[in-house]
Design a protein around this ligand. Structure first.
Ligand SMILES: Nc1ncnc2c1ncn2[C@@H]1O[C@H](COP(=O)(O)OP(=O)(O)OP(=O)(O)O)[C@@H](O)[C@H]1O
Ligand SMILES: [Mg+2]
Length: 248
C-alpha cells in the first residue's frame, strides 16, 4: 500500500481537485484506491457525488475507539472508496496533541486497511499543525500543487524546510504546476525555467480551466465529462507520470 498526501501549506491551490481526479484515474487503472478527506471543509465526497456519510468523532478515531473501516463508502466508480470529512476534524489538532504521538496516529489508523488497498490518498487541509505532522508521518509521497507565482513557490519552500527541520526527509516531495495560464508571462517563465524548489517534481502541468471549476456542478472528476479537453488530458498525463514515479 502506498500513501500519497495531496498537500500544500497554501489554501486554494488545487489539492482537492487533484486528489479527486487522480484517485479516479488510479481506480480506472485497477488500483484499489481509498481517498480520505481530512479537511473539515468536506469537498472531496461532494465532488465524488457521495451522499449519506457516516458521522464520526475525530477524537474517538485517534484514541482507537472507532476504526476507519466502518467509515468507508463506495463511490459509483469500482475500486474507488472514500472516507468523507466530518466536522469533528476541526478538533483533530487538539486530539492528536492529547494522544502524545501525532506522527504515528494516522499511520496506525491506516494499518488495518493495508490488505484492501494498493493506494491511499489523503486530501489535506492547508496547515503546518499537528495534523500536518500526522499526515507526514503516514505519507510516502507529498503531491504538492503549486500555482506559478512567487508566493506559491515560497509556500513550497516552507514545506520543504519544515520537512527537513522535522527530519522527515524520507518523504518524496512531488510538486507540480496547477492553474497554469500561458497568457501570463510569469507562468510561462516558471514553466520554462522552474524555480529550484520545483526540483524533482512532476513535469506535467494542469492548465487553468473552466472544466476543473465545473467539478462541483457535475459532481464528478473531469475525466467523466470532459476527457478530451486540455485539463482532462492533463490530469490523465499527470496520473501516468505519478504512477511511473511511484512504481505502480
Ligand atoms: N486547474 C484549475 N483550473 C481552474 N480552476 C481550478 C483548477 N484547480 C483548482 N481549481 C479551482 O480552484 C478552487 C480551489 O481548488 P481546490 O478546492 O481543489 O483547492 P484546495 O487546495 O483543495 O483548497 P483548500 O486549501 O481550501 O482545501 C476550486 O474552486 C477549484 O475548482
Ligand atoms: Mg481542499
Amino acid at each position: 500500500m502506498k500513501t500519497i498526501a495531496f498537500y500544500n501549506l497554501k489554501g486554494g491551490v488545487g489539492k482537492t481537485a487533484t486528489a479527486v481526479n487522480l484517485a479516479w484515474h488510479a481506480a480506472r487503472w485497477k488500483h484499489s484506491t481509498l481517498l480520505w478527506d481530512l479537511d473539515p471543509q468536506a469537498a472531496t465526497a461532494f465532488y465524488l457525488g457521495v451522499e449519506g456519510q457516516k458521522s464520526y468523532r475525530a477524537g474517538n478515531l485517534v484514541q482507537g475507539r472507532q476504526s476507519l473501516d466502518r467509515l468507508r463508502i463506495r463511490t459509483q466508480w469500482p475500486g474507488l472508496d472514500v472516507i468523507p470529512a466530518d466536522q469533528s476534524l476541526r478538533n483533530l489538532d487538539v486530539k492528536l496533541v492529547e494522544s502524545g504521538s501525532p506522527r504515528q496516529a494516522l499511520r496506525r489508523l491506516l494499518g488495518p486497511l493495508e490488505k484492501d488497498y494498493s493506494l491511499v490518498m489523503l486530501d489535506c487541509p492547508p496547515t503546518l499543525s499537528p495534523v500536518a505532522e500526522s499526515i507526514f508521518g503516514a505519507a510516502d509521497y507529498l503531491v504538492v500543487p503549486v500555482i506559478p507565482t512567487h508566493l506559491s513557490i515560497r509556500a513550497l519552500e516552507q514545506v520543504r524546510e519544515w520537512l527537513e527541520h522535522k527530519k522527515l526527509g524520507r518523504i518524496t516531495v512531488l510538486p507540480f504546476f496547477n492553474m497554469v495560464d500561458r497568457r501570463r508571462l510569469l507562468h510561462v517563465e516558471m514553466l520554462v525555467k522552474p524555480p529550484k524548489a520545483m526540483k524533482g517534481g512532476l513535469k506535467t502541468w494542469i492548465p487553468y480551466s473552466t472544466h476543473v471549476e465545473r467539478m462541483g456542478e457535475h459532481r464528478a472528476p473531469v475525466g467523466e465529462y470532459a476527457p478530451h479537453t486540455p485539463a482532462g488530458r492533463a490530469f490523465r498525463a499527470l496520473w501516468f507520470e505519478l504512477a511511473e514515479r511511484i512504481g505502480l
